[in-house]
Write a new protein. Sequence first.
Length: 256
Amino acid sequence: MLSSVVFPTKPAAGPCFASTSPGVFATTHWSVVLAAGQKDSPGAAAALEELCRIYWYPLYGFVRRQGRSPHDAEDLTQQFFCRLLEKHHFGKADRDRGKFRTFLLVSMKNFLINERKRAGRLKRGGDLTFLSFDAQEAEERYAREPIDHATPSSAYERQWAVALVEQVFSVLRKEYAATDKAHLFTALKGFIWGDAGSASYAETGDQLHLTEGAVKVAVHRLRQRFREVLRAQAAQTVARPEDIDEELRHLIGVLS
């Protein structure tokens, strides 16, 4: 459950995105990929690979919900990323449609249709570069997904939103650890994401040897930083700064 988080509708303080000239939006991962087009751009390839590394699981879950076995889902997801990460493949993205989330799902759907038409599959290895992920972890995570009647596409949307939030918390965890405050982050994160009723401010203060007021201040700061990082991470997956708010509203709706 998402607890006590107000998602930002204005650019956060600090560099969520930058521009080299007025109206230019070219420093986030997906905008770099789109700007590269068909040109040979190591920077775009690296940006695309980073996005795929973060958001591979929603695609694995999508393939599993198509009725594929764990082995086939692993194989197909790996093959998909192989082809996606091949040189110039990112040039097929439609800049007008803008969202990496949508591009990835449409590309996977097309890939699966083409795979059904193929007499055989690509063998692993060779000169293709695979995006590395833990297949066992993926299947264990899939097994923990709630049993529902969601379509594969709607489940993908929710898993995407969860992956985004997980990435935000990964960034925050590293920030707190860098200042020797990992224990503080662990104690406070439930007030941002999870079961906020599991502990009160006073109980958390006793645990951390802080006053209740100090805990409230710390939670407020973490919540602010959460909003900033969330917006920055969402910005990495859209083509234009004006798309950020729409993407965040969509994700809020998915998680509600």
